[in-house]
Design a protein around this ligand. Structure first.
Ligand code: DLL
Length: 433
C-alpha cells in the first residue's frame, strides 16, 4: 500500500520541479528570517537570487552539528517563538543537547511522512501498533505515535523499558506492529522466549526498527527470532525525527521522503559531491520546514543513494544501510573499523548470539581491539579446546572483514548488558587517555 501515491510515485522530472520550487522558498525563508544563515550566505557571496533550481544547491554553505550547538537553543529558528508549538532535543555526547522547534505545520509534515512509512510496512487502520521507542524529548516515541494515529491504527504508547509489561501488552492486545530500536527488539525476543507465553499466541508480524545502525544479518536474526518482517525506519532529530525514510515490502533500500528532505552525498573530507552510488556523508536540506529549516545539514551518517526505480512503484531515491556515523568510525592501527562490520560477522555465526561489545585501548603505544561476544547456550562448553577453536574461527572471520586481527573474548550466554533504547556497543578507552 502507498499512502500518498501522487508524491511517492511522481516522475523524477516532476519531483525535481517540486524540489526546485521548494528549495527557493526555503532559501528565501532562512535568508530573510535567520541571521546566521544570512551571514553565512553573504560570506559565500550568495543571495536567494542565485538559487534557481535544485541543481544550484551545491552553491549553498553547509550547516553542521556545531552550528546547532553554537546557536543553542533557538538561534537557528526561522519562525517566531509564537509559532513554535513543540520542541524536541537530542542529547549529544558532550555538553548541551541540540534543540529543535516545530510549528504546527512541521508537525503535520512529520505525521504525513510517518504515515508513508507505516503504510509501506503494510500496517493500517485495523492494526494495533505498540510504540516502544522512548517518549519525551527523544523524537522516537512521539514521532512514531503521530504516524500510527495518522494512518488510523491503534497506538499502544508503551514507551521504553518495563520489558515484562511490554510483552504482556503485546500478547493481550493483539499487537501486530512493534516499533522500537533493533537492539531492544532483540532483548524483547529473548524475554519473550523466557516468558509464560508461546510465540504462536502473539499476532506480531511487523517490526519498525531504527534510531541506530543495524545490518541485514541483524534483520535476519530478528525476523527469525520474532517470526516477523523487520523494516527499517530512518530519521534524525535535527531534520524532523523518525520518518525521513522507510523501507518498502521489497526491503531493498530506505526510500527517502525527498519532497520534504533533499538528500546529497558528499566526500566528508573535501565537501564535494561523490559520484552517483558512491558511499559518503549524507547531507539534508529540509524543503518545507518552518520552525527550524536546515540548509545542507551534514548528518555525519555514511551511506549511498540509489536512484533506480523500485519494484514497489515508488520513484523516490533509496538510501543504503547506514554504515555508521563518521564519528563512530574507529581507526585502529590505521585501519577504519565500523561496529556494523563486526555485527555482520557475529550475526552470521550460529554458535554466537547477536550480542557484542567492542573495547578499544592503547597499550604500550599500540592500539588493541577486543571483541566480547556471547556464545549460544547450545554451544557454550567447558571444553577448552572447543572454545579455543571457536575463538580462532571468529578471529579469522573478523580479520578477513576488518583487515586487522581482533582479540576475542567469549562470554557466557546473557552476560552482555541489554539495551532498552539505543545500544552502546563501543568503549574506546583511548579517548580517555
Ligand atoms: O534516532 C530518530 C529516530 C527515532 C529514527 C526512531 C528512527 C526511529 P536521533 O536521536 O537524533 O534521532 O539520532 C539520529 O541515529 O543520524 C543515525 O546515525 C541514527 N539512525 C537513526 N535511524 C537509523 C536507521 C533518531 N534506521 C541518528 N539506521 C542518525 C541507522 C539510524 N542509523
Amino acid at each position: 500500500m502507498i499512502w500518498n501515491e501522487t508524491i511517492e510515485c511522481m516522475s523524477r522530472k516532476e519531483m525535481e520541479k517540486l524540489q526546485s520550487i521548494r528549495l527557493k522558498q526555503v532559501v528565501d525563508k532562512v535568508y530573510y528570517n535567520c541571521e546566521p544563515y544570512r551571514k553565512r550566505m553573504q560570506e559565500a557571496g550568495i543571495t536567494p537570487n542565485n538559487i534557481r533550481s535544485i541543481h544550484d544547491i551545491s552553491k549553498l554553505p553547509f550547516t553542521s552539528k556545531k552550528d546547532l550547538r553554537d546557536y543553542y537553543p533557538f538561534g537557528l529558528l526561522s519562525s517566531p517563538m509564537s509559532e513554535i508549538v513543540r520542541v524536541h532535543a537530542s542529547s549529544g555526547t558532550t555538553g548541551k543537547p541540540i534543540v529543535v522547534g516545530y510549528t504546527r505545520k512541521d508537525l503535520d509534515v512529520w505525521k504525513e511522512v510517518g504515515a508513508r512509512c507505516f503504510t509501506a510496512y503494510g500496517l493500517g487502520k485495523n492494526d494495533v501498533i505498540q510504540v516502544s521507542y522512548g517518549y519525551g524529548l527523544f523524537t522516537g516515541g512521539l514521532g512514531a505515535h503521530g504516524a500510527v494515529e495518522t494512518i488510523g491504527g491503534t497506538v499502544v504508547p508503551a514507551s521504553s523499558g518495563n520489558t515484562d509489561k511490554q510483552i504482556m501488552l503485546m500478547h493481550d492486545l493483539g499487537v501486530k506492529g512493534l516499533a522500537c530500536t533493533p537492539s531492544y527488539a532483540l532483548y524483547l525476543a529473548e524475554a519473550l522466549e523466557k516468558s509464560e507465553y508461546k510465540r504462536e499466541e502473539f499476532q506480531l508480524k511487523v517490526g519498525v526498527f531504527g534510531a541506530e545502525p543495524w545490518t541485514d544479518e541483524m534483520r535476519r536474526e530478528l525476523e527469525s527470532k520474532l517470526g516477523i518482517k523487520a523494516y527499517d525506519i530512518y530519521g534524525l532529530t535535527e531534520v524532523i525525527g523518525p520518518g525521513v525514510g522507510h523501507e518498502c515490502e521489497f526491503q531493498n533500500g530506505t526510500h527517502l521522503c525527498e519532497d520534504h528532505f533533499f538528500p546529497e552525498i558528499i566526500n566528508p573530507e573535501t565537501g564535494e559531491p561523490v559520484k552517483k552510488g558512491e558511499i559518503g556523508e549524507l547531507v539534508f536540506t529540509t524543503l518545507t520546514k518552518e520552525g527550524m529549516p536546515l540548509v545542507r545539514f551534514r548528518t555525519r551518517d555514511l551511506t549511498s543513494l540509489n536512484y533506480e526505480p523500485c519494484a514497489c512503484g515508488r520513484t523516490s531515491v533509496r538510501m543504503g544501510r547506514i554504515l555508521g556515523r563518521s564519528d563512530d568510525m574507529l581507526i585502529i592501527r590505521g585501519v577504519n573499523v565500523f561496529p556494523s562490520q563486526v555485527e555482520s560477522v557475529i550475526c552470521e555465526m550460529e554458535e554466537l548470539e547477536p550480542h557484542y561489545f567492542i573495547e578499544v585501548d592503547r597499550i604500550n603505544n599500540m592500539d588493541t581491539l577486543e571483541i566480547q561476544v556471547e556464545v549460544n547456550e547450545n554451544f557454550y562448553s567447558d571444553e577448552i579446546s572447543k572454545m579455543l577453536d571457536l575463538k580462532k574461527r571468529i578471529a579469522h572471520k573478523l580479520q578477513s572483514v576488518l583487515g586487522i586481527q581482533p582479540d576475542i573474548r567469549l562470554m557466557e550466554p546473557r552476560s552482555i548488558e541489554r539495551s532498552q533504547g539505543k545500544a552502546k556497543r563501543v568503549n574506546d578507552k583511548r579517548k580517555l587517555q
